[in-house]
Design a binder for this molecule. Structure first.
Ligand code: UDP
Length: 460
């Protein structure tokens, strides 16, 4: 029992971009609700994490504790998709091998004289490990699911319930190129979620009524009747406010290579309202050299503006003359190519941004929805296919990019989709309506989060 203000919660994310960011936003919310928070992550992610935290206006009072792991691809400035997958695999296995170090951190938290931790809140992928540690310290653990509820209904072991809301082919297909050890660990961890004392999901009933209901009530999907709460959408304050001017200098500064980022935002400033398509495939998205070429020709033919995030050696596949200056200006100033991490929140918030060609990562999806930006969907793996379906078929705020027989998205398909997303006023109107729903809902969950946590933790 005890006061919420006196509780100390340990947040244990998976240290991949799409997971550390919502876990940070959760930590920030919990801190604002009066909890004491310790956030644990590998040391080599700390610098980025602090940047992300600052860019999202998170509290400085989150206490960070680090695991001393080495970066498997240290020293490389440009990461290929393969590198990123490797990082992900090693991160998963690291956690497995690192129980000892985590236990030491926990021990320290227990004896340092402050409030001892009363719960571990962990990502699905590291729940096996969290459970082990939580058991040792005789405290409960709660699952924080950073993806949509729909994906949770399709976790291995549940997908055969016959009640899945989306065909498994469209959803929750983990990357088998993780390697077999990491993959096994991933599957084993996912099955542990039935042993959590509660599940908090970064979604909202207004987006996923059926999946949320199934998780609350359906004993085939949730056999142990684990309390479930939709506590999302977890979004930074900048995603919930109207004005553009609240993008402070501090936020700009928080990004690595701020000059380059400034250049892309300055370029956006010169464009007319809702005229530019922002293209980013997230931290794990990949496009072949051939696909990059098709994109280039399709974008050129569309006659629309574009801001294209093309990291790594992607630019080498661009047609000759496409890129006009080293700063990134392309096709007679109609486009801008950014070779590094983009200030995505500022781009989505910008009045010139009229569409988002996305891999449908859940965070990107929520961020786009909260800014009323319609999407062009290009899902790769995990739950992204299900997210694309939600965007296109359920909310009708996006268009698909179908592949041809050889698996390529042709320049013509791209040209048509880009025109459609910019010119379809009815779709833009629906996106603007959904934005209001998302923003209104995002203001309510804090209290729900607290009530949910207290109800569970009061039992321990
Ligand atoms: N992001 C960003 N700049 C980029 C690419 C991504 O700031 O150039 C942020 C984005 O705003 C989001 C997160 O990184 O919060 C990516 O998470 P998501 O779930 O969309 O995709 P993932 O990278 O995990 O596949």
């Amino acid at each position: 029992g005890g006061e919420a203000g006196r509780r100390h919660l340990v947040v244990l994310p998976l240290s991949a971009y799409g997971h550390t960011i919502p876990a940070l936003l959760l930590a920030d919310r919990l801190l604002n609700l009066g909890y004491e928070i310790t956030y644990i992550c590998p040391e080599y992610r700390m610098k980025q994490l602090l940047q992300q935290s600052k860019a999202r206006g998170c509290s400085q009072e989150i206490r960070f504790k680090t695991l001393k792991r080495t970066n498997p691809v240290a020293g490389k400035s440009e990461l290929s998709v393969h590198d990123t997958i490797q990082i992900l695999a090693s991160v998963i296995l690291d956690y497995h091998e690192n129980s000892k170090e985590l236990k030491e951190i926990m021990e320290e938290l227990f004896i340092c004289g402050g409030t001892p931790p009363s719960c571990i809140i962990c990502d699905a992928v590291v729940s096996l490990w969290a459970q082990d540690v939580a058991n040792e310290f005789k405290i409960p653990w709660i699952l924080f699911f950073a993806s949509p509820a729909l994906a949770l209904t399709l976790i291995p072991g549940m997908e055969n319930s016959g009640l899945s809301l989306v065909h498994p082919d469209e959803n929750c297909v983990p990357r088998d190129d993780l390697g077999s050890d990491a993959f096994e660990f991933f599957l084993e961890s996912c099955l542990k979620i039935h042993d959590a004392v509660g599940v908090m999901c970064n979604t909202m009933v207004e987006l996923e009524a059926d999946a949320c209901k199934a998780l609350e009530e359906n004993r085939l999907i949730n056999p142990n009747n684990v309390p479930f709460a939709a506590i999302g959408p977890l979004l930074p304050r900048s995603c919930l406010e109207e004005s553009e001017s609240d993008q402070t200098f501090e936020e700009n500064e928080a990004f690595e290579g701020a000059e380059k980022k400034d250049a892309c935002l300055k370029w956006l400033d010169q464009q007319t309202e809702a005229s530019v398509v922002y293209i980013s495939l997230g931290s794990l998205g990949e496009a072949s050299a051939e696909q990059v070429k098709e994109f280039a020709f399709g974008l050129e033919a569309s006659r629309k503006g574009f801001l294209w995030v093309l990291p790594g050696d992607g630019v080498e596949s661009l047609p000759d003359g496409f890129l006009e200056t080293a700063t990134g200006i392309a096709v007679n100033n109609r486009g801008f190519v950014l070779r590094t991490w983009a200030p995505q929140l500022q781009v989505l918030k910008h009045r010139a941004t009229g569409g988002f060609l996305t891999h449908c990562g859940w965070n990107s999806t929520l961020e786009s929805m909260s800014h009323g930006v319609p999407m062009i969907t290009m899902p790769f793996f995990t739950e992204q296919g299900g997210n694309a379906k939600m965007i296109v078929e359920y909310f009708k705020i996006g268009v698909r990019l179908p592949k041809d027989e050889s698996g390529v998205i042709t320049r013509h398909t791209i040209e048509v989709a880009v025109r459609e997303v910019i010119e379809n006023d009815a779709m833009r109107k629906r996106a603007a309506e959904l934005k209001q729903v998302v923003r209104a809902t995002a203001k309510a969950p804090p209290l729900k989060t607290k009530a949910f946590l207290e109800q569970i933790l009061n039992k321990y």
